[in-house]
Write a protein that binds this ligand. Structure first.
Ligand code: MOS
Length: 756
């Protein structure tokens, strides 16, 4: 193994200082002369036909420069990322509350608000669909003409029906998970600047500048090389800024294009919650069959998910749910059916875990129920069935290495003192304590359903003074991507991290590298940057060898090229390369190994590499109020290789806290499709004060696809937290809660049922 000097170290975040000192420039901090501000006029109804527009009075408001409706769009009125079903501005029909029906640009906030009141739109209110269950009823109103059943995905393996007949235990349960709102700190925002040469620059808070580039090009009807999308420093995203910025940027760009002035569109929190995407609510019916000694023989699962009013990313999210929902176990007979249903609720799309948390709440609650039925220790039951090297997944994929699941189970069990604590759970008269476990697997990147996007590019440049610039296609959302990529480039070039500067993504520098999602950035941007750096390194080594003279290999480390006992500084070699007219820039490209999945057979190699993990949650339940307090979470995660252990721990801690919110507090309430929990005062998320003690354990089962053995880190930590907490609540109280969030009211209600 190579002796690493930068990779694997707790390097300080490269973007940390500018963020904690308030110097980082977010999109709303950008100052542009002559800039207009913008507002979206949203539909008051979740489902309505648009009978007519009158914007003439709004246009006359002093300070108003432009009022636009769908008819003003010069290109195609289309922003759908996977399916072309979503207009930039609604034209004939609105399908969710708050959907854009008109846009205003003005010189002042007062003018915007005045004009908003004067936009007259005639609606014919239609009966809406407000749950997946309603949407599937034969007489349900149709959200789109093609019907409400948007997708049916499946897994098929063996013969579950026969296998159930041979099982000693057959358990059938239904679990429910809710909408979840991202509540990133910085609401969505974009700045569009029309250039004199007929091109447009869009700077925004976003995850996927390439989606924005494409959407703006489509709606303006101009080629992609006339659209330059640049990421602004982004204050959190969690999936919520994957495709939604196409809409926000499309709106700003359209207004800028029509007014020929820069336009800034920044959502207030209420507007953000109203119009942004959410995590899919799901109902999961799981039927599991086990032998008397605890081997899982069969699983039959039906998932019904509310996808909201448009397809957005649902095909990819629900594919992940479908192939992950049996759990990370060896199950010879499997049947999964997932139904994605269109409704007039807010659109559901990407959210950290991307369809995984719903699946895992079901399979990990089920494993706990199975262990209880068998009278087995829950970790022992999981160990008995865990996927390992060379085992076959529920979709028939043979795993070829890099399976750290068992090790995460052992480490989480031992570090949490599981055995001892299971013996002393319950206790107290009012306050009772419990401990629960949950495991997960997570297919890194987009897998078979998004394989055409599974590639990334990067560009590395060494300057004459020895400083290094890197341009990548992956965005920094707060997850630490730029630090990790800086470390990878620094390691390969043998320089310090401070020598490397990673640029905010600019679509005019690096070509389409796919989205920054699915825990793929370390692997994809990391590998692409590594390849670019490696090429430049080779050229520099050749020159350094000539400069050093002598024989044997030349190495580069800590800013020096060395051969034998002789060294020269990195910057002398870079300077010499320029004098010799040797190019010190290179592009790197990385594409994943192939994945394949047959939608007809419902089987295949769904993802090319997986991350694995186990969390143990400890709770205290107040039996008088039903309040659950999570006191400690022990989280063991297989990340392949921790490029930056501090960063991995940061992701684990953040994910666990967000998972506690999902488990206990976050209650997204809709009234006829309109969110009534539109602010942080009503939609409660955990703060630092609610964070329990979190013990992070890093497990490294290296991935041959690297870089340096790394695989995905960012999303997984949220995935098993909710079922671990639910299982701990069961251990404490004997009450099984099959629906989250487990608010005090819910827990108290269940406690009262068993007391009766
Ligand atoms: Mo992330 S939920 O894959 O944008």
């Amino acid at each position: 193994m190579k002796d690493l000097s930068v990779v694997g170290k707790r390097v300080r975040r490269v973007d940390g200082l500018s963020k904690v000192t308030g110097k980082a420039t977010y999109v709303d901090d950008l100052v542009t002369p002559g800039c207009l501000i913008a507002k979206v006029v949203g539909s008051p109804y979740a489902h309505a036909r648009i009978l007519g527009f009158d914007v003439s009075a709004a246009k006359k408001v002093p300070g108003v420069l432009s009022v636009l409706t769908a008819r003003d769009i010069p290109g195609e009125n289309q922003i759908g990322v996977i399916v072309s079903d979503q207009p930039l501005i609604a034209e004939e029909k609105v399908r969710y509350a708050g959907e854009c029906v008109a846009l205003i640009a003005a010189e002042s906030e007062g003018a915007l608000l005045e004009a908003e009141k004067k936009v007259k739109i005639k609606f014919e209110k239609l009966k809406g669909v407000f749950s997946a269950e309603e949407g599937l009823k034969p007489k349900a109103p149709k959200v789109h003409a093609s019907g409400n059943l948007f997708t049916h995905l499946k897994v098929r393996k063996g013969n579950p029906d026969d296998a159930f007949g041979e099982c000693k235990f057959v358990i059938e349960r239904t679990y429910r998970t809710p909408h979840q709102e991202h509540m990133y700190l910085e609401p969505l925002g974009a700045l569009a600047v029309p250039e004199k040469d007929g091109s447009i620059l869009v700077i925004a808070s976003m995850q996927c500048p390439y989606y924005v580039q494409k959407a703006v090009s489509t709606v303006l009807g101009i080629p992609m090389n006339r659209v330059r999308a640049v990421q602004a420093v982004t204050g959190g995203a969690f999936g919520g800024k994957e495709d939604v910025p196409s809409e926000v940027c499309g709106h700003a760009a359209l207004l800028a294009w029509m007014t020929k002035r820069p336009v800034k569109l920044i959502y207030r929190r209420e507007e953000d919650v109203l119009r942004s995407s959410k995590r899919h609510p799901a109902e999961i019916r799981y039927k599991m069959g086990l032998t008397g000694d605890g081997k899982i023989r069969a699983a039959d699962i039906t998932v019904t998910a509310d996808i909201g009013a448009y397809a957005t990313l649902s095909p990819a999210v629900l594919f992940r749910t479908t192939v992950h929902v049996p759990g990370p176990y060896k199950i010879p007979n499997v049947k999964v059916d997932t139904f994605g249903v269109l409704t007039n609720n807010p659109q559901c799309g990407a959210f950290r875990g991307f369809g995984g948390p719903q699946a895992t709440f079901a399979h990990e609650s089920m494993m706990d129920e199975a262990a209880f039925a068998l009278g087995m220790d829950p970790i022992e039951l999981r160990m008995k069935n865990a996927l390992g090297d060379s085992s076959e997944t529920p979709t028939g994929q043979i795993l070829n290495g890099s399976v750290g699941l068992l090790e995460t189970m052992e480490k989480a069990r031992d570090a949490s003192m599981w055995k001892k604590k299971r013996k002393t759970s319950g206790g107290g008269v009012r306050f009772v304590k419990g401990i629960g476990v949950a495991c997960f697997h997570y297919g890194v990147s987009l897998g078979a359903k998004g394989k055409y996007l599974d590639a990334s590019s990067a560009y590395v440049q060494v300057n004459p003074d020895g400083s290094v610039g890197a341009a990548i296609g992956g965005t920094e959302l707060g997850q630490g991507a730029f630090t990790v990529v800086s470390q990878i480039v620094a390691e390969e070039l043998g320089v310090d991290v401070e020598n490397v500067r990673v640029l905010l993504v600019d679509t005019s520098i690096v070509p389409d590298s796919g989205p920054t999602v699915a825990s793929r950035t370390t692997v994809f941007s990391g590998n692409a940057a590594l390849r670019a750096a490696s090429e430049v390194r080779g050229r520099m080594i050749a020159v350094a060898g000539e400069m050093l003279g002598g024989q044997g290999p030349v190495s580069v480390r800590s800013g020096f090229f060395t051969r034998g006992g002789k060294s020269i500084p990195f910057r002398e070699v870079s300077g010499e390369c320029y004098r010799r007219r040797i190019g010190l820039s290179a592009a790197g490209h990385y594409a994943s190994r192939p994945t394949s999945f047959s939608e007809e057979d419902g089987s295949g190699d769904a993802y090319y590499v997986y991350s694995w993990g186990t969390q143990v949650a400890e709770v205290i339940v107040d039996t008088k109020t039903g309040k659950v307090e999570v006191t400690k979470v022990t989280a063991a995660q297989d990340v392949g290789k921790a490029i930056n252990p501090g960063s991995v721990e940061g992701q684990i801690e953040g994910g666990v806290v967000q998972g506690i919110g999902y488990a206990l507090y976050e209650n997204f309430i809709l009234d006829e499709g309109r969110p009534i929990t539109q602010n942080l005062s009503t939609y409660i998320i955990p703060t630092a004060l609610d964070a329990p003690e979190i013990a992070s354990i890093i497990v490294e089962a290296p991935s041959e696809d690297g870089p340096f053995g790394a695989k995905g880190v960012g999303e997984p930590p949220i995935i098993p937290t909710a079922p671990a907490v639910a299982n701990a609540v069961f251990n404490a109280t004997g009450v099984r809660i099959r629906e989250i969030p487990m608010t005090g009211e819910v827990v108290l209600g269940e406690l009262r049922k068993i007391k009766k």
